[in-house]
Write a protein that binds this ligand. Structure first.
Ligand SMILES: Nc1ncnc2c1ncn2[C@@H]1O[C@H](COP(=O)(O)OP(=O)(O)O)[C@@H](O)[C@H]1O
Ligand SMILES: [Mg+2]
Length: 250
């Protein structure tokens, strides 16, 4: 008996054929800065002339468009839908389609949203596509592992034992599944060293750098010019230049 294949899975391979690298920014716990790191990484790489896509996969709480100050975009349709250009980044978010309405998703809905959006979005050719992951290791994480070809993972953690405990589970799962992990970024750093470094050592992962706790970030959200003046942007720029251009360690 032949297994039937969801046509969207084949379409996704096509849509991503000219995307050089796909990096999922993850970290399991919520509120640790995955969205901020993914958005600033997209911004700094675009500022430095790379072609970058940013896909917000936190379907129930999408916020990349808030960080980057895009409120009015709506994807146009050609043969598929085109991402919205925001500060030189090609962005896709369920928020572009739903506006401010809540987008609760149950069971297979998250999988369908992911497959649907990946299957119809014209990413074109990109040096890099960043996936901003939702918290947890639920459907979306498992689907990204299953359906997104060549995906690599960048782990975000903070120096809290609660966060590290949670990110450790993500690192263990990805390691067990032989998924490529680019390394660990420490966010909201107040002092150097400590538990995030230990976590990277424990799994033999690269420490990609740290983003400081930056008081000026909150007021800069939504204004890319102000974001470029923040210490967080400067730190993410260094991480982008030093790490994201390198091949991942497996
Ligand atoms: N380096 C930082 N300095 C100051 N505030 C930060 C920093 N990183 C994230 N934040 C803030 O922390 C909160 C959670 O960040 P967010 O990126 O939404 O986390 P996640 O995507 O992991 O849930 C937001 O209010 C964000 O503005
Ligand atoms: Mg987020």
């Amino acid at each position: 008996m032949t297994e039937s294949i969801d046509p969207r899975v084949v379409a996704i391979e096509d849509r991503l054929a000219n995307v050089e690298r796909v990096i999922a920014v993850t970290g399991s716990k919520g509120g640790i800065g995955k969205t901020v790191v993914a958005s600033l990484l997209a911004l700094t790489l675009a500022d430095r002339g790379r072609s970058v896509g940013l896909f917000d996969l936190d379907f129930t709480s999408p916020t990349d468009h808030v960080v980057l100050g895009s409120v009015g975009g709506f994807p146009t349709e050609t043969f598929g839908i085109d991402p919205v250009s925001v500060a030189g980044i090609d962005m896709m978010s369920i928020a572009f389609l739903s506006g401010r309405a809540a987008t609760p998703l149950r069971g297979g809905d998250a999988t369908n949203a992911l497959l649907e959006l990946l299957a119809v979005t014209n990413w074109g050719s990109q040096d890099l596509l960043l996936l901003d992951m939702p918290p947890g290791l639920g459907d979306t994480s498992l689907d990204v592992l299953r359906y997104v070809p060549r995906v690599e993972f960048l782990l975000v953690a903070t120096a809290s034992r609660l966060v590290v405990d949670s990110v450790r589970r993500a690192a263990a799962l990805l390691t067990e599944l032989d998924a490529p992990i680019l390394g660990v970024v420490e966010n909201l750093q107040r002092r150097a060293g400590g538990v995030v470094h230990d976590l990277a050592d424990e799994f033999g992962l690269d420490s990609l750098g740290a983003v400081p706790f930056d008081e000026s970030l909150e007021v800069a959200l939504g204004d890319v010019r102000a974001l470029r003046d923040t210490d967080a942007y400067a730190a993410v720029t260094q991480i982008g230049e030093e790490s994201v251009g390198r091949p991942p360690s497996t």
